[in-house]
Each structure stands twice: as C-alpha cells, then as structure tokens.
Design a protein around this ligand. Sequence first.
Ligand code: ADP
Length: 365
Amino acid sequence: MSVLQVRNVRKEYGDVLAVDDASFAVEDGEFVSILGPSGSGKSTMLRMISGFETPTSGEILINGEDVVGVAPFERDTNMVFQNLALFPHLTVAENIGFGLKRSGVGKADRAERIEEILEVVELSGYENREIDQLSGGEQQRIALARAVVNRPSIILLDEPLASLDRKLRQHMKFELQRIQEETGITFLYVTHDQEVAMSISDRMVVLNEGEIEQKGSVQDIYDRPATRFVAQFMGDLNVLAGTIGARSNGSVDVDVAGTSITIPIAGGDVGGSVDVGVRPSHIDLLDADDPGGLLPGRVLNHIYAGDETVYTVEVDGERFQVETETGGFDVGEEVSLSWDLEDTFLFENGKNVALADERAVELEG
Ligand code: ADP
C-alpha cells in the first residue's frame, strides 16, 4: 500500500487557486521530491499533507486512512522546516527527545534512541551541546535526527537546504540521501532547485501554477519531459520555432531556420507549428561546410569551462547555447550545428509531441 496518496486535491485561498486537482502517490521507502518554481503550490501541498492547512476539496491518505481534519501532531508524519525550528534553549538530546517524551517513551529508552540516531547523523557525543554551539550543517542534522527518531511513516521536508551555502548544500544533499537510505523512512522533499531534486530523489512530481505537469523517475522526466515547461525547468534548452512539413512512418520533417530536418518522432500534425528544442550539452559544432551539419550558425562568444567550451551561437536570429569539447571556433566564425536527432524535443502547444503520440497509441492499443 502507498504510504501517501493525494487524490484530486484542490486548495483555494480566496481568488487564488494554489493547488489544482493534484493526484500522486508515494510508496514505502521512496525519496520523492515536489519540484516547482516559487509560487507553484509546493508549500501549500506540504502543509496540507502535514495538516497545517486543509484542502478545499480532495483526499489525503496516509497508510490508507484519510487524514483530512486530523491535527498535525496526530498524523504519522514529521516535518523538517526551512528554518529548522529547533528549540534554542534546549540541548541536542532534549531537542531530539522532545517528541519521544511527549509520546510517553521512558528516560532510558529515550537516551538509547537518541544515541542511536546521533550515530546515524554522525554526531555521536553531542547530547549535551547547546543548539547555538552548533554549525549550520550540524543544526541541519539535529533537525533531521529529531524528525527521524520516532520513525514516522513519512518525513516532510520544506527546502531545508535552501539557506545553506553551496558547498554545504552539496554535502548535506548526500547526507540526506544516506540518512534516508539507512533509516528506510519515506521522504517527501519540497524544493525549487532542480539540481538538488535530481540528485537526491527516486521520483519527482513537477508542479507549475498549482498543477502537476509531470510525475515520474528523475531520468524519465529529464529525458522525456511531458511539456516545454518541464524541459526548460529541468535544464537549459535551446528553442526554435518550426513547422511540420511532412510526416512519414516514424518520423516528421520539420521546417526550421530555413532548412528541413527529419526527426524520428511519430507524431504531430502536418502544417502545425512546433517548438524545436535541443539541450546545449547535446549539440556539437562543425565547420560551416561540413556535410554532417544540421543548421547554420555564427559564433557570438565562447567561454572555456574546464574540459568543455560554452559557445553562444546565433541561429536564425536566436541565441543558442552549445556546450562541447570541440574548441577552436572564433567569434564571428560561420559554423554548423549538429546533434543526434533523437535528442530533439518537439512541442506542440507546449506539449511533447512524442509523448502525446505514445499516449494515443496506448489508448488505441
Ligand atoms: P511555493 O511553495 O511553490 O512557493 P506556495 O504554496 O507558497 O508556493 O503558494 C502557492 C500560491 O498560493 C501562491 O500564489 C501564493 O501567493 C498563494 N498562497 C500561499 N499561501 C497563501 C495564504 N496563506 N493566503 C493566500 N494566498 C496564499
């Protein structure tokens, strides 16, 4: 059974529709992220799951039981807040043991469980420290330890790494993942940072303006974004406007930048306008007269970034980013761009044509 099921949940604040008919499930032991830009409804979703907010309509089930109307502290969830919300006047042990004490766990048992969990977060011996004697990263671990120690069914994390500097964030990312794996507790993590979400989650739910754009594995969402929004939110994307010129079995000819390219996608309407998208890391630069080139361009600038060069190339009046190991092209030079055509995204009305077509096939089949 799913640990968490969110079914057709909607939340209105007056005229603002913060969450619109959202449904997803989280399985036991998974690490799932809710990812979306600021204002997309992530915190509202988390607050409804934790019980600090009530949905306007819809159901939220934890271990199969509808918890709408159940108070936060009566739910089998624990929340890790962005500001951590540790008690500054209590010691580390008192902070971690707070919930255990309240639920009637005796002193000796408490001490044992606190010791165990401090080992997991690699802060053994810190029991009697004051909170304000700890570094930012140590405080993070204590907040996590406090959430994990009474073994809730699910831990809800509201961007707890957002306030850390880059280096510490990188480190804590892996720590979070390790602690989740070691304890086996289900984590639901809210973030606007796609890089963090991609590196720590098993699956993601991508939110945009209160609606779920896509849910799936990290790999699937990155490689097969359902919408142009998802493709652009998950990483850099170059986009050109095109028109579908012809369709044959398993491919379409797209007129783009004055050329026709054949893309191995079995969908789209002939004559229809499309956005043609390619990620910078998928493109390579060739000499202007190279027969392997797909589109002509002109180098506007280049930056060396370790092993690769990042070029800005003008293509049909648009600025393209190209990240390639191929160096040696000068500013102003005419070049041609090439990429594996399977790495092309086609969006019709913002929707990925390839996926829409697969769905149609599934429905027909
Ligand atoms: P996120 O966490 O993705 O930044 P939020 O869930 O905080 O998004 O907000 C989603 C939308 O709901 C936003 O338009 C926000 O202004 C609105 N909102 C959030 N909380 C309230 C509230 N308590 N009252 C009114 N509007 C709210």
